[in-house]
Each structure stands twice: as C-alpha cells, then as structure tokens.
Design a protein around this ligand. Structure first.
Ligand SMILES: *[C@@H]1O[C@H](CO)[C@@H](O)[C@H](O)[C@H]1NC(C)=O
Ligand SMILES: *[C@@H]1O[C@H](CO)[C@@H](O)[C@H](O)[C@H]1NC(C)=O
Ligand SMILES: *[C@@H]1O[C@H](CO)[C@@H](O)[C@H](O)[C@H]1NC(C)=O
Ligand SMILES: *[C@@H]1O[C@H](CO)[C@@H](O)[C@H](O)[C@H]1NC(C)=O
Ligand SMILES: *[C@@H]1O[C@H](CO)[C@@H](O)[C@H](O)[C@H]1NC(C)=O
Ligand SMILES: *[C@@H]1O[C@H](CO)[C@@H](O)[C@H](O)[C@H]1NC(C)=O
Ligand SMILES: *[C@@H]1O[C@H](CO)[C@@H](O)[C@H](O)[C@H]1NC(C)=O
Ligand SMILES: *[C@@H]1O[C@H](CO)[C@@H](O)[C@H](O)[C@H]1NC(C)=O
Length: 907
C-alpha cells in the first residue's frame, strides 16, 4: 500500500460517519444539550437598552472590549444547536463543548438548578458581560468537570464562590473579575473567595495559566494560603487580583515564577511586600502594584526584565533611588512610579525610546530637570508634578516631543520655565497642560497656536496683567472642546474671560479681575464648577446661573457683586455649594433656593440681604452649612414643620443680624448631626471633592472660631458650631443644647438671654469655645462645666452671674476677662475672694456619676484636651481621602475633572 492508500483507510471511518449523518441538520446536535440551551435561553430576558446604560455608566472604560449582540436570538427549536451563535459542538459526539455568551444582553437570575450546569461536556463557558442581577454561583458549577476556560467576568454574579469550584481541575483560565466603579450602587456586591475554597482550588487546578479575580473579596485569605500560588509555578502566566481586599505580607517569590507574564495586585491597600532582589520572572511584561503597601527599593535588577512593557507602581511606599536600569528597557512603554518616596536624579534615558507614558509625579527626585527627557520622542504623557525638580527649563524643547498629548509639570516651585524663545512652538497634539505653581510670570504665548486644548491649569503662578486678547479669542472661536480651565491664584487683571459653551470647570478665583460677569456666561450651561471668588467683580449675578443643570459649586464669594440673588433655581438642579458671601447683595432670598435639594453649603454671609429666616430651607436634607452672618435678617426663628428640619446641619451661623424672639429651640432639638459623635466618619463634604485627585475646588467655609475668622478648607465631621451672636434673642437657654454632643463652638453672645446656664452644658465634651458674654444670664456657673476638657475659649463677661467660679479642669486656665462685668462672681482668677461663710455648693458634692466623668479623666483631659481636639481635626483632614478612592482608581481615572490617560495604561 502506498502512502495515499493508507491515509484513506485511516480516514475511512470518519467519512463513513459523515455519510451516516441524516440530511436534517437539527439532529447533529445532541438532543439533551439542545433542549438544555433552549431552557436556559428561556429563563433569561434580553435587554439591549439595559446594557448600553448599565455598562457605559458603570464601567465606561470597558465598553471598548465588548460589542454587544443578542446571540441567543439565533437559538431556535428545531434547528441544529451547533449552528447557533456562541455554541461549539464536539464534531464527533455532537455534544456542546463550548458556550460563549459574552456580551449577549442577558438579564435575569441564574437558578441553582439552571440547566446549563448539566452540560457536562463543556470545556469553555463564557458568560461575561451579562447581568445576572446579583445571582450567586451555585455548587452545581462543580459538575462541569471538563471545563478548561471559565469566564464570568462582569456578569453581576455575587456572593460566595462555591467550594465545588475546586472540582474543575482541568481549568486553564478562570476569570471572575469585576472592578466596581460605582459608589453607593445598590448592586454593589462582590464575589467572595474563602480560604478553604481558595486552597482547594489552587491545589487541584494545577494547570491554571490565567487567574483573574479582580474585585472579589479575598480578605479572609491568609499569607500562607496566598503563597500556595507558587505551586502553580510551572503554569501560571497571568494573575490579576486587583481590589480584592488582600492583606498581609506577600512573599516576593510570586515575582519569581518562571512563566509569569502579567501580575497585578493593585488596589489592595493593606497588602505588603517587597520586590525581589534577584531571580525575577524574566518573561514579565506587565507588573501592577498600584495602591498597595509594597515598600522598599526598586532594585536595579528590575532591569533584567527585558520584556517589561507596563510597570505601574504608583501610590505605594517605595523609596530609594529610581533605578537607572529601568531606562535601559527597550520594551517599556508605561512607567508610572507616581506617589512614592523615590529619590535620585533621572538624568540617563539611555535606550528607553519606547516610553510613551512616563509618570514620576509626587516623589522627591530633586536635581535639575533632566534634559534627556527630550530624547524620548515617543512620549505621549509626561507627568513630573511635585518632584522638586529645579533649574531652568527651556520650554521650547518640548517641541521635540511631537506626540506629546499630556504634560504636567505642576508644583515644582524650584523650577523656572522659560517661554521666551522667539522660535515658533509647535506641539501639535498637546491637549492637557498643567503648569500650576511653576513660577510662571507671564501668560504663555505658546498656547496661542495650540489647536485643540482640552484642559489648562495655570493656577498658583505670578501671572500679572490682563489676560491677552488672543486668549479670549481662542476661548470663543478655537478651543471648542476645552472643559477645564484653572487660572486661579494669579494676579490677573481686567475683564473676566468668557468660558466656551461646553466647559465644565472654570476657576479664576483669587485674581484681581474687575468688571461685570458678562451675560455671555449664560452660554456655558455645562458648567459643573464656577469659581470666580476673591476678585473685584461687580454688577449683578447673571440670573441664568441658577438654571445650569450640572452646576454643583457656585463660588462668587468676596467680590463686589450687587443686586439680588438669582431668582430662579431650577427644580432638580445639582447645586451642592453656593457661596455668595462677602458681596453687596441685597433683596430677599429667592424661594426657589428650596429647589436645591442637593445643597450642602449655603454661605451668604456679609451681604445686605433683608428677609426673615428662610425656614423653607429646613427640608434640605443634605444641608450641612448655613451661614447668614452679617446681613439684615430679622424676625423670629421658628420651625416650618418639616419632620426632620435641617437634618444634617453642622454649622449654623446667623450671627450679626436682627433676629429676635426666643432661641430657636425647635431647630436645636433637631440638629441630628451635632448630636452624633462618630469618630469613624472621616469623610468631608461632597464625595465629588474627594474623588478627584487634584480637587479643583475645596469646600471651605469661614467661621468665627475662638474669636478669630478662620477659613476651614475642609469641613470636618467633628466640626459643628452654632453662632447666634449679635442678635436680639431673648428668653432662656434650652436644656436641649446639652444634647448637641458634637458641638465644638457655641456663641450666643450679645443677645438678651436670661435665666441660668443649664447643667446639661457640661455634656458638651467636645466644646472648644463657649461665648455667652453680653447677655442677662444669672445664677451660679455650673460646676459641671469643668467637664469641658477641650474648652479653650470661655467668655461669660457682662452678665449677672453670681457665686463662686468653679475650680479645676480648663477653668484653671481662664483669665479675668472671661468673667468681667459680673460683679457678683468671686474666686480664682478674680481678685474678689469668696466669703467662706456663704453657703456656696462645695465642689466635693459634685456628682461625677451624673456625668459619667471622673476626676482622673478630667485631669488627663486638662493636660491634653486641646491638643487632642485639634489633632482630631487635622487627622481627619490628612486621611480625608477615603480608601474607596484608592481602591477604585487604579487603571481608571474616575475623576470627572482631570481626564488623564490612565485609561490607556489601564493596569
Ligand atoms: C422543541 O420542539 C419540540 C417539538 O415541537 C417540543 O416537543 C419541545 O418541547 C421543544 N423544546 C423546547 C425546549 O421548547
Ligand atoms: C432593561 O433595562 C433598563 C435599564 O436598566 C430597564 O429600565 C428596563 O426596565 C429593562 N427592561 C426590561 C424589559 O426589563
Ligand atoms: C429551579 O429553581 C427555580 C427557582 O428556585 C424553581 O422555580 C424551579 O421550579 C426549579 N426547577 C426545577 C426543574 O427544579
Ligand atoms: C473574559 O471575557 C472578557 C470579555 O469578553 C474578556 O475581555 C476577557 O479577556 C476574558 N477572560 C479570559 C481569561 O479570557
Ligand atoms: C480535584 O478535582 C477532581 C476532579 O474533578 C475531583 O474529583 C476532586 O474531588 C477535586 N479535589 C478537591 C480537593 O476539590
Ligand atoms: C544599559 O545597557 C547597556 C548596554 O546593554 C549597559 O552597558 C549599561 O550598563 C546598562 N545600564 C544600566 C544602568 O543598566
Ligand atoms: C475694586 O473695585 C472698586 C470699584 O469697583 C474699587 O473702588 C476698589 O479699589 C477695587 N479694589 C481693589 C482691591 O482693587
Ligand atoms: C468605629 O470603628 C471601630 C473599628 O473599626 C468599630 O469597632 C466601631 O464599632 C466603630 N464605631 C462606630 C460608631 O461606627
């Protein structure tokens, strides 16, 4: 037999098999499998509109990966299931062995008995990018013992991953990843992998090459179980466990697995570890450890990773030098070492011409600006902000970087940038330019030829004089897509530039701009933040500002604006902050302010507004700051009748007005926020502010604190104050004031308050200042006040108090001034001593139990009270960035403000 013949004989059975197939194609597919698929199809809905909104809103950056199509629409009873979209059959048996229903618009619950788990021959199952509405994965998944590829990423499956998943010993790839972006989404639920399941899975599925569990809750997994991963040393190629709550110390061995190409553990803030000094996984292409607690040096040996393409180590604790060997890596395209403690110069870019994204911001690099950067001709993104670089930089050099699209040199106060070259500047692709705090003295002319600027930050420089004419022109006619302009903190003069239609963020505060706010501003109706504060603008406020649908911060404070507040605030507006304080505004308050249901800060202080108390604002459930200080408000403050008036108010300042009548007891009773002391609550006002990496807008508010005007840049949870001073309030102090436990400052001075100080004031343990001066209060100073161990400012002067001044606690620190004008008071610190024969209540009768506060604590409080109080605030500020942010940001920049290219080097 010749070779051809032998081949024929070998293939004969196959031909015979083909011939034996009936003509109807429907029977090729296994009957059981076919009906199982139909039942599965029928158990779910198809919802095409859902997916557009759901995925675009929730995972905008993922949209690119999926082109949605309703594959199951082609599944019809009576046709061959092997021909159906997404179905693959075994060519011999007709069994379904592959099911790819990714991006198929499926919506509904997966049931425990879902027929799909009876497809025992399945080798590949892909249900990614569907909406199983928070269904759990059931133990029946373990029946699919032939699975080699399982993909349930972004399929809205949540809950415990059943331990039976470990039966899938043939798995080559397992993808259960889902990175959540939405905060407060009711559907936010993670999958959970427990220690036991993890252990069994890793020990059984020994061929795993790709393992993706992004977003799953792996917090119960201990270091020892995690290190089992090294068991997969011969197989593992890709491992991503981003945002999985992993914690503990991860051995650097993971980076020595011989076949590892992709490793990302980003977003696990409590995961510690160090990079190996040697024996790196040489095939490594992608290493992401952003937002972890990895620390130590980046060793020079990282230069052995010749295939390294993406290295993202931002927001860790790395220190030491930036290894120069990195710049020898010819494949490296993304290098992000931002927000670490790295030092050293970065002068030798020898052969890393491949670099496209170079981010070294927020390190202590120091040294001269490395001119060799201009050799990196492929750079698209360069961020060197806050790197302490110094020396002279001839900006003209950037024209060598033809692809440059994003440039951030901000916060390098030692750098002096020279724009004065006479040569033409051509940066054809530049769209994002951030030059904040760079010692710029004049408006950079090179901006003029830029074609398509999207974001511009020139804030915190020394730019003087009026804004050049060409800049106004560019805004009007060329930069149609610009959405962010920050020129604040300069010395700009002249007219306000008119922001273009589509702009979202326009900040020109703290300049010397004059003239009116032009009505052309009304075209910029997409604005989200408008900050014109601290200028010398005059004229009326354009009425249209209240109708911008997306505006959430309107800050016009400290100008010379006059006229009335815009009369029309549209229903459903987005305003969270309105600051019109320190102007010359008059007239009554527009009732439509009550439409600002998201309002958190309303500051109208220091104007000439004439009205009664706006009790109609009491239904604003988010309002945290209400300042009407120094206006012409008058009348009695009474409740309007809302169930929970001013539910979240924490700063209430109506001082320096003409209010009269009794103290607003009905409101005080309802100041819930001031009653709560929850030391765990660190978030400041407005999540939006927090979420942005470089917040363009801080919610600050001026309060009179301890007798001085202070601008608080953040409003701390613990910071709650009431200021009713300089009015004509009368009547007695309500006992209920003693329930505002979070209160830090209380100022009721300069009123006509009578009666005694209620003992309950002694419960206000957080009080740092208390001013009751210039009233008609009588009686003794309650001994209970020595409980106020943080009290630093205390003023009872000009009243009619009598008796002995309590001794102990902070009272030992107050001077005469605190008591002046109370002729009937005696004892320290006054020179008038008390007549021992008079029957003053001796201190020893003070009931500690009543207040639950013993002498010992008082003494301790006295020693460190004030410091603690202040530190608390400081600490809250420093840690104000919620971990949530860090968890979420890696790879994807969710700031609506600064669109970075992070998306491109999604890790
Ligand atoms: C498919 O069609 C057959 C014959 O019409 C019917 O008996 C069977 O129940 C159908 N299967 C499904 C899943 O609808
Ligand atoms: C489809 O999804 C959209 C958006 O989630 C939802 O509003 C709509 O009710 C869904 N349609 C059906 C038929 O469930
Ligand atoms: C499968 O489960 C669902 C929901 O638990 C139930 O309604 C249905 O009757 C079950 N079907 C079978 C065949 O057990
Ligand atoms: C899972 O599916 C998604 C979307 O279809 C895809 O992007 C991803 O690469 C898949 N995972 C694996 C391991 O193939
Ligand atoms: C490992 O996989 C095999 C094959 O599916 C299974 O029989 C066995 O029970 C699994 N072992 C564990 C510990 O899950
Ligand atoms: C960069 O590579 C060159 C040539 O391979 C080598 O001589 C040099 O020492 C390397 N530099 C660093 C810092 O690793
Ligand atoms: C602000 O403008 C007013 C006139 O509108 C002028 O009197 C005043 O001096 C200006 N203030 C500053 C600080 O330029
Ligand atoms: C604050 O956090 C601690 C530790 O996380 C917790 O034990 C405590 O219950 C929390 N307190 C409140 C009031 O939430």
């Amino acid at each position: 037999m010749n070779i051809n013949n032998s081949l024929c004989w070998l293939l004969l059975p196959y031909f015979l098999f083909l011939l034996s197939l009936p003509s109807s194609s429907s029977s090729f597919c296994n009957h059981h499998d076919s009906s199982v698929l139909l039942l599965f199809k029928n158990s779910l809905a198809l919802n095409t509109s859902h997916h557009y909104y759901w995925f675009v809103d929730h995972y905008p950056w993922l949209h690119d990966y999926c082109s949605f199509s309703s594959k199951t629409e082609s599944w019809k009873n009576g046709t061959d299931c092997c021909e159906w979209d997404g179905v693959t059959c075994d060519i011999i048996s007709g069994h379904v062995i592959g099911l790819d229903l990714s991006c198929s618009n499926l919506q509904g619950q997966l049931h425990p008995n879902s027929t799909i788990f009876s497809l025992r021959h399945l080798q590949q199952l892909d249900l990614s990018y569907n909406d199983f509405s928070g269904s759990s994965l059931y133990s029946t998944i373990g029946d699919l013992v032939n699975l080699m590829h399982l993909n349930l990423s972004y399929s809205q499956i949540s809950g415990d991953i059943p331990s039976t998943i470990s039966y899938l010993s043939k798995l080559l790839s397992l993808d259960l990843g889902c990175l959540y972006l939405t905060i407060g989404d009711p559907n936010y639920a993670r999958m959970r992998v427990d220690r036991y399941t993890w252990k069994k899975l890793i020990q059984n599925a020994t061929n795993l090459r790709e393992l993706y569990l992004d977003g799953a809750d792996m917090s119960s997994i201990r270091e020892s179980s995690l290190s089992l991963l090294t068991n997969l040393s011969s197989s593992l190629i890709s491992l991503t466990l981003r945002d999985t709550k992993l914690q503990g110390n991860l051995s650097g061995d993971i980076l020595c697995l011989p076949n590892l190409q992709i490793l990302s553990l980003s977003g696990n803030e409590d995961l510690r570890g160090e990079l190996p000094k040697s024996n790196w996984s040489t095939p490594l292409r992608h290493l992401g450890l952003a937002y972890t607690a990895f620390s130590g040096n980046i060793p020079d040996s990282i230069g052995h990773l010749k295939s390294l393409n993406i290295l993202v180590l931002k927001n860790c604790n790395f220190d030491g030098l930036v290894p120069s060997s990195l710049f020898n890596l010819t494949q490296l395209s993304t290098l992000d070492l931002g927000n670490n403690h790295l030092t050293g110069s970065i002068g030798e870019f020898s052969s890393s011409y491949s670099l496209e994204y170079l981010i070294l911001s927020n390190n202590k690099l120091r040294g001269n600006f490395p001119n060799s950067i201009f050799e990196l001709q492929n750079l698209i993104t360069l961020s060197l902000s806050s790197t302490d670089l110094s020396g002279h930089l001839d900006f003209h050099q950037f024209t060598k970087l033809k692809n440059l699209y994003y440039l951030d040199l901000s916060y390098n106060s030692l750098l002096s940038i020279n724009f004065d070259s006479t040569a033409d500047y051509i940066l054809p692709n530049l769209q994002f330019l951030y030059l904040s705090s760079c010692n710029i003295n004049s408006f950079p002319k090179f901006l003029a030829p830029l074609q398509n600027l999207l974001q511009l930050d020139l804030s915190h420089n020394n730019i003087r004089g009026s804004i050049p004419h060409w800049f106004h022109e560019k805004l009007l006619h060329s930069w149609k897509n610009i959405d962010f302009i920050d020129l604040s903190f300069n010395k700009l003069q002249g007219d306000l530039p008119i922001p273009p239609n589509g702009i979202e963020y326009f900040l020109v505060s703290n300049n010397e701009l004059t003239g009116n706010i032009p009505s052309a501003m009304c075209n910029a109706s997409s604005l989200k933040i408008l900050n014109l504060a601290h200028n010398n603008l005059t004229g009326p406020i354009p009425q249209c500002l209240g109708t911008f649908p997306s505006l959430w911060a309107l800050d016009l404070q400290n100008n010379n604006l006059y006229g009335s507040i815009p009369g029309i605030f549209s229903k459903g507006n987005a305003l969270e902050t309105i600051k019109l304080n320190e102007n010359q505004l008059d007239g009554p308050l527009p009732r439509s302010l009550a439409h600002c249901t998201n309002l958190e800060v309303l500051d109208l202080a220091d104007n000439n507004i004439e009205d009664t108390f706006p009790h109609w604002l009491e239904s604003l459930q988010e309002l945290q700051v209400l300042s009407l200080r120094s206006n012409k408000f008058h009348g009695v403050i009474t409740c309007y009748g809302a169930k929970h008036p001013f539910l979240r108010l924490r700063i209430f300042d109506v001082s320096n007005n003409n209010f009269s009548g009794p103290l607003p007891t009905s409101y005080i009773k309802n100041f819930q926020k001031m009653m709560n002391v929850n030391a765990n609550q660190t978030c400041s006002i407005g999540l939006k502010n927090v979420v942005t990496t470089r917040s363009p807008y801080n919610d600050s508010v001026v309060v009179v604190m301890k007798g001085r005007y202070m601008e608080l840049v953040r409003i701390f949870f613990a910071f709650t104050t009431i200021d009713l001073s300089n009015n004509m309030f009368e009547g007695e102090l309500p006992k209920v004031i003693g329930e505002l436990y979070s209160l830090i400052g209380l100022n009721l001075s300069h009123n006509a308050i009578t009666g005694t100080i209620p003992k309950s004031l002694g419960y206000l343990r957080n009080l740092e200042w208390l001013d009751l001066s210039c009233n008609q209060l009588t009686g003794a100073i309650p001994v209970a006040l020595i409980n106020l161990s943080f009290l630093a400012v205390f003023n009872l002067s000009q009243n009619r108090f009598e008796g002995i001044i309590p001794i102990g606690g902070q009272f030992n620190t107050f001077g005469n001034d605190s008591y002046a004008g109370n002729p009937m008071l005696c004892g320290f610190p006054l020179s008038k001593s008390c007549n021992k024969d008079e029957d003053w209540p001796p201190h020893s009768t003070f009931q500690h139990e009543e207040s639950g506060f013993g002498w010992k604590s008082v003494a301790v409080g006295f020693a460190c009270g004030l410091v603690f109080g202040m530190l608390l605030g400081y600490n809250v500020f420093m840690t104000g960035k919620p971990p949530l942010l860090a968890r979420l940001v890696e790879g994807v920049h969710i700031s609506g403000v600064k669109r970075t290219n992070n998306r491109i080097h999604a890790n």
